[in-house]
Design a protein around this ligand. Structure first.
Ligand SMILES: [Zn+2]
Length: 232
């Protein structure tokens, strides 16, 4: 009996996944959008559901403090502004642009990343913005890899870094100090890190990002990213 009910359960689970997964993916893929620009307090872009081409969607603009990872501001607006360029590109009837207003002067001085989502579905693309005297200077394109405290990754150093600081995830990176001075604050993919470690294999335009587990380092693998120096 147990075997039969298990078998029925498995069949049910398989049918739930096969019925629902493609639909979920299809509706996610149907939503397209872009975060275009930040001009003063105005953030603009467009968002559109190709499966419901004449409906305007609500877009949520999220502003994240890159130093703390905390959400600094959230604003939901209707994407129903007409734009000639959207009409020309075949984005429905063209009425899918949006403007959100973020009062930057009400936020603490920092570097921020701005992203958009619709119904909890994040859309690709992030814009960066700084307030006050904070400046971002692009250092160009870097190879990024990942390491963890395991013996193999850290060569026996564990969480100890060459600068003396204890490595922390979402915070520590290893750099080539001839390219990036130790102590520099860096912005990589919207996250602020501090250059506080070095490594024998980290040379030139290469940054090794610290993670807590080896699984996460494997997920990261080798990537490329534009790296910004945060100046305050
Ligand atoms: Zn490891």
């Amino acid at each position: 009996m147990k075997t039969i009910s298990r078998f029925v359960c498995i069949i049910l689970l398989i049918s739930i996944f096969t019925i629902h997964t493609p639909l979920a993916l299809a509706s996610d893929k149907a939503i397209r959008g872009h975060l275009d620009s930040i001009s003063g307090d105005s953030i603009s872009g467009w968002i559109w559901d190709s499966q419901s081409p004449d409906t305007s969607l609500t877009v949520t603009v999220t502003v994240t403090n890159t130093a703390t990872g905390e959400t600094a501001a959230v604003q939901s607006v209707q994407a129903d502004e007409y734009r000639d360029d959207l009409m020309t590109k075949g984005i429905g009837d063209g009425s899918h642009g949006f403007h959100a207003v973020i009062r930057w002067d009400t936020l603490p001085e920092a570097a921020y990343s701005v992203s958009i989502s619709s119904n909890g579905i994040p859309l690709p693309g992030t814009l960066l913005h700084t307030t006050g005297d904070t400046k971002l200077v692009s250092l160009g394109s870097f190879k990024t890899t990942a390491y963890c405290p395991c013996y193999r990754c850290s060569e026996g150093w564990g969480r100890n870094t060459s600068s003396g600081a204890l490595a922390a995830a979402g915070h520590t990176v290893a750099v080539d100090p001839r390219v990036i001075p130790i102590g520099s604050h860096l912005l990589i993919n919207g996250v602020e890190y501090i250059a506080e470690d070095t490594g024998g294999a980290v040379k030139g335009n290469h940054i090794d990002i610290y993670f807590n587990s080896h699984t996460e380092t494997l997920q990261h693998g080798t990537r490329r990213a534009e790296v910004f120096l945060i100046q305050r």
